[in-house]
Design a protein around this ligand. Sequence first.
Ligand code: 13P
Ligand code: SF4
Length: 313
Amino acid sequence: MKVDNFAESKSRIEELKRRKRAVILAHYYTLPEVQAVADFLGDSLALSIRARTVDADMILFAGVHFMAETAKVLCPGKKVLLPCPEAGCSLAESCDAGAFAAFKAKYPGHKVVSYVNTTVGVKALTDICCTSSNALQVVESIPADQPLIFAPDRNLGSYVQKLTGRKNMVLWDGACHVHEEFSLEKLLQLKREHPSAKVVAHPECRAYIVEVADFVGSTAAILDFCGKNGATEFIVVTEAGILAEMQRRYPDKTFIPAPPDDEGCGCNNCRYMKMITLDKIVSCLENESPEILLDEEIRSKAERSILNMISIK
Ligand code: 13P
Ligand code: SF4
């Protein structure tokens, strides 16, 4: 976006936010210019927590559908807007609520832990939600002899299973199209080219990627690690939107995006997150639409599973 267009859109957004008592919550994977107009930028856990306490009449969620839904679940009295209703999530879509209910019925006596990357319908069938920041603590908070279903990300599930040594955990077979597609061969080649670089990876990546990483964590944990670690070069194996925040926080360090596999979509950008543009934010604030609306019974069941998670943190 050209500088004058950016300045124009930013001042229009600021004016609309003031007039409508609106705040913008944005995920690190959104476009840099979208991150630049956010009141609060974070990973999915931080954004859920912030949504609960934000002092505003309206929340515009610059992120994907399940994130805006989570904000609405936690703030039923506020108007929650999502600038682009098509901004979904391949992981959330890999777990349909009807199919999940049938899956759950096959495992009586199991408690359900599901990643926040799910629809409100799946959250309503869940005992405790988790995010990539707290998945380990959430699973460890449940007695070791309690059988579990973990949904929907099979990679995060196996990672937690490996760390906890927990055998009684059934995994839903879902995955994120971005994180599944990093190429091990290209990553190893990059490591050879940059021998002093540390590899940082998101736990949604496949096990063979996680195994060669120096650090595995959520978006926020990766950002933190890169600041605290003495290395000056990092190979980043997660969605490339995070690089804008890395560069902003640590301008003297170098961040190298890990390449995806050519066989897949060939892209380490989440196409859904990039659907949120400044023009869409302007028109969404002007029209107060598209708005997230939820059935109250499902919302309150989903709220319980999210609050159970927040109380563990
Ligand atoms: P975080 O929990 O790290 O924000 O990740 C959310 C997400 O969608 C990862 O792809
Ligand atoms: Fe969903 Fe993957 Fe995009 Fe994250 S990166 S929002 S998991 S599709």
